[in-house]
Design a protein around this ligand. Sequence first.
Ligand SMILES: Cc1ncc(COP(=O)(O)O)c(C=O)c1O
Length: 438
Amino acid sequence: MLTNQSLRDQILSLVALYHKKTFANYDFAPGESPVPVSGRVFDSDDLKHLVDSSLDFWLTTGRYAEQFEREFAAFLGVRHALLCNSGSSANLLALTALTSEKLQDRRLKPGDEVITVAAGFPTTVNPIFQNNLIPVFLDIELGTYNVDVSHLEEAVSPRTRAIVLAHTLGNPFNLDAVLEMAQRHNLWVIEDNCDALGSLYRGRRTGSFGDLATVSFYPAHHITMGEGGCVLTNAPRLKTLVESFRDWGRDCWCDPGRDNTCGRRFEWQLGELPQGYDHKYIYSHIGYNLKLTDMQAAVGVSQLKKLPAFIEKRKHNWQRLYDGLKSLEEFLILPIPTEGSDPSWFGFLITVKPNAPFSRGQLIQFLESRKIATRLLFGGNLVRQPAYRGTQYRVVGNLANTDTVMSQTFWVGVYPGLTDEMIDYMIENFHEFCRQEK
Ligand SMILES: Cc1ncc(COP(=O)(O)O)c(C=O)c1O
């Protein structure tokens, strides 16, 4: 007899067959096949999870989201992982949570200052503007591409309340210095861990140090859900605030499809509402809806199983590229892992030295002509982007290295889809270009 379960099993075994037929490996043809910077790496199990979830037709956040949050928090060694629909949303939620009145005198108020850097991805910094706070930009170091901590102290003013920094392209920032200063000045710390999933700092996973941390599951990232993000925290009160801002600003914390988790659904009296107003419809924040679907979370559950292998492959590819390019240091600044760290690299950053006999543009164009994809360090110097013209911010010292990154730096891929053959092809092409330009 055909039961629901046996039908589901048949569908899923067909999905595995479909995956094998459709997404089979193809041979690499040097010069013809692309060498991408990043991409989704998935197997039949990922596709089966996606279809399995679709057959539930639950659609919104559900059983897979609950499973992912539990397993992901355990992987990172944090108490709470809260899924949302992108890394950008995770950054928005993490910072916005700190504006809640429930934090009393530790809440962020309009005009408060947040220390950050201008070299990087826009949505690390955008929530500062979106919450009417003022970013204070510090310069970065070439090589690690993280904040230059020698100016940290100088950046603090009586209005400073928080530090928001990304672990650039997987390389942890100097957490010792940042956390020490944050503690001394009673500042919140948010780690943007979107590009650094699996990185270690002094043996502990990045994303577990800050008051809050964020992760992205966009296809370029260490694991993917297509679109997706996560906020991490060890603090139960911050967890509740992030959830509230994510889920329309509501006061109630029932999961979708559940009622009366608090056991007092019709007994609350908050604000100027009548006594007993349904808790499901009480709003304590001006919130958003940034939840993700259970189909995305289902893919996350199966991707998470592969994360340790993905991390190892990223490290392997990075090291092979580093060893192969080491002899070109006359022309190129190669990436430097932060002291005390073991990065789970997102990409391989290279700065063309000012005395090199070629420009970044020439090198990039050569690589692209050989089908080797390149990327810039996202927005370069964000304050020079059109979006930030006329905005209010402060710069401490100067942004000389940030400007250098904007004009001289780029990166190539180390993602797990790249094979040794592809990495060796990249190395050969760097050498060929440098030989011919010498
Ligand atoms: C450092 C950093 N933060 C945040 C994001 C935003 O993530 P998402 O694309 O999931 O919104 C990215 C995107 O790649 C990123 O690199």
